[in-house]
Design a protein around this ligand. Structure first.
Ligand SMILES: Cc1cc2nc3c(=O)[nH]c(=O)nc-3n(C[C@H](O)[C@H](O)[C@H](O)COP(=O)(O)OP(=O)(O)OC[C@H]3O[C@@H](n4cnc5c(N)ncnc54)[C@H](O)[C@@H]3O)c2cc1C
Length: 526
């Protein structure tokens, strides 16, 4: 992972003439050349961890796994939101964790947490570093120092129960490593968020992540069968049986707890056989409302694909779903939808035929395999484009929400209007694109991509726009986040989301497992 951009440098995207034209003509961006940045030139606030504390932590995890080097601190100074990337471009001194500790066993995690609790040191668990909500911000709160607790050494397939279809994976296993380890035994997890290449099993659980195949395999919490969580006051194993009536599900307390209640060190997940067949298809709908109604019918009538997504008119027009062709003239028109079916050949054929009938009856026209294959080819690459857009002088960020089918159109209008009005009022009218990529029998998510020219202070520019969008989401009855989680950025709306009593309950749990309050302060819980 790069310190100031997404992913691997060799995948850097050069902006095509089509995209540059769009930026200049539609958004008034004055294209600038990317400037060279070197990690060594970044100024970090000096480490506030005393030599005595560093030595004690090194005594727990081993000298080479307790680091205060510039490179280690810089890489863990935040996640990969646009605000993070803009901050990394700053020449002013930047905030960073005071040290990075990388334990290798549950006992070491427990000892680190106990030491930090006893000595007033905040701890930020670190998975793949892909948070887009400030979940990794090195917040000290009332403490003198903050350490990043990196889970990357928890990188093993610990157990695979092939009869039950349950794998136990270390929290630091990344998406590709999980598929490789399971694939060797003929199994797959099937969790493919856009951050798949770098995000980890522990991070997926800590944030209630949702992948591109959520229609078929469910959200990550649907896959979780159990967790091991190490807290400053003890260790908990959840998920004894596939179903249980033994009171509230304690595992659910930790799924989505974003490192504020404990450190997840292993996750038991449901896995399935690697599918024998994959069939992709593109569909054209005359408009977003017609397409959304067709997706709803599919969810409610059965024949649900593994992947099901619908781009709005604007997203279809700029080919956002097919990253290789962004900015080129679209031949699709209307709204592009994509379906993918996976399974045995017979099962796939049967369900594809059923789904086709439903989509056609609801105004869809098949475009054949090509659009689906084009989407699949570039499905993890769009984040590289954001880096190039930021370098060129454009602002680019995404945000997401979800609501019931009955409220979907109103929520989409409210968010689009809020973003458009806020950015236009700042002199940078935006392009707001939207798609549905996660569907349920009762509703769906809405995922917005916003592009505009950068103002003089792009951090403040986006903060204003994001506040307007967040307020609009709450007022229109949506959730403040469908899968990006809460972190720092969505915390202002948490009380609206769960109410005063909800906040009291979360705080009570936090007091029980983390009485000193060292775990990820300033995140999730208002
Ligand atoms: C380009 C891009 C695309 C994305 N696409 C998607 C998407 O399609 N779907 C989706 O759901 N999300 C997406 N995200 C958001 C992000 O990838 C997810 O939130 C992911 O689950 C985070 O995993 P991670 O391992 O990187 O965790 P990190 O970013 O390292 O951490 C996320 C939060 O969880 C905590 N945490 C991490 N590991 C643990 C642990 N083991 N125990 C306790 N707490 C822990 C951290 O303290 C932090 O608060 C995207 C992000 C980016 C940058």
């Amino acid at each position: 992972m790069q310190w100031d951009a997404w992913g691997a440098p060799e995948k850097h995207k050069v902006l095509s003439d089509g995209i540059k034209g769009l930026l200049q003509q539609a958004l008034g961006v004055t294209i600038r050349e990317p400037s060279d940045r070197a990690a060594d030139d970044v100024v970090l606030a000096p480490s506030a961890l005393s030599g005595q504390h560093l030595a004690a932590l090194a005594g727990i995890v081993g000298e080479r796994f307790a680091s205060t080097t510039h490179a280690d601190r810089l890489l863990r100074s935040g996640g990969k939101s646009t605000l993070d990337l803009l901050r990394r471009r700053s020449t002013a001194p930047q905030n960073a964790p005071d040290a990075v500790v990388t334990p290798g066993t549950d006992a070491e995690v427990a000892d680190v947490l106990r030491y930090c609790a006893a000595n007033g040191i905040a701890v930020v668990p670190f998975g793949g570093g892909t948070s887009v909500v400030g979940g990794l911000d090195p917040v000290r709160d009332r403490f003198d120092a903050v350490v990043s607790l990196d889970l990357r050494r928890f990188d093993a397939l610990i157990d695979l129960d092939t009869d039950s279809g349950i794998a136990t994976l270390g929290a630091g296993v990344t998406g590709p490593l999980a598929e490789e380890l399971l694939g060797a035994h003929g199994f797959s997890l099937g969790h493919f968020p856009q951050s798949f290449m770098f995000a980890t099993i522990g991070g997926f659980a800590a944030t209630r992540s949702s992948g591109q195949a959520s229609a078929g395999y469910g959200r990550f919490e649907d896959m979780v069968q159990g967790l091991r969580v190490v807290t400053p006051t003890g260790t908990l194993d959840t998920g004894r049986a596939p179903a249980s009536a033994a009171g509230p599900d304690l595992g659910e307390l930790f799924v989505g707890s974003e490192g504020t209640l404990g450190v997840i060190t292993r996750v038991r997940v449901r896995v399935h056989a690697v599918p024998a067949t994959t069939v992709r298809e593109g569909w054209r709908f005359p408009d977003f409302e017609t397409g959304a109604a067709a997706l709803r019918a599919l969810r409610q009538e059965g024949a649900v694909p593994t992947v099901l997504r619908l781009s709005d008119e604007a997203e279809t027009a700029v080919n956002l779903a097919t990253t290789d062709k962004i900015g080129e003239e679209t031949v699709t028109g209307g709204c592009l939808a994509i379906t993918t079916f996976e399974g045995t050949a017979e099962h796939t054929a049967e369900r594809t035929a059923e789904a086709r009938a439903v989509l056609q009856a609801h105004g869809g026209t098949s475009l054949g395999e090509e659009p689906g294959n084009g989407w699949e080819h570039g499905r993890f690459d769009a984040p590289y484009l954001r880096d190039s857009l930021l370098d060129a002088g454009a602002l680019c960020e995404t945000l997401e929400t979800a609501t019931t089918w009955g409220n979907l159109a109103a929520l989409r209008t409210a968010v689009t209007t809020a973003l458009t009005e806020s950015l236009s009022a700042q002199g940078t009218p935006p392009l707001v694109l939207c798609h549905i990529s996660h569907t349920y029998p009762t509703g769906a998510s809405l995922y917005f991509t916003v592009v505009s020219a950068q103002a003089d202070d792009p951090i403040e520019q986006w903060r204003k726009a994001k506040t307007a969008a967040g307020d609009a989401i709450v007022a229109a009855g949506g959730t403040i986040t469908h899968h990006h989680a809460v972190g720092v950025d969505h915390r202002p709306w948490m009380r609206d989301e769960i109410g005063d009593l909800g906040v009291t309950i979360l705080r009570a749990v936090k007091d029980a497992v983390d009485p000193a309050g060292i775990l990820n302060p300033g995140k999730l819980i208002p």
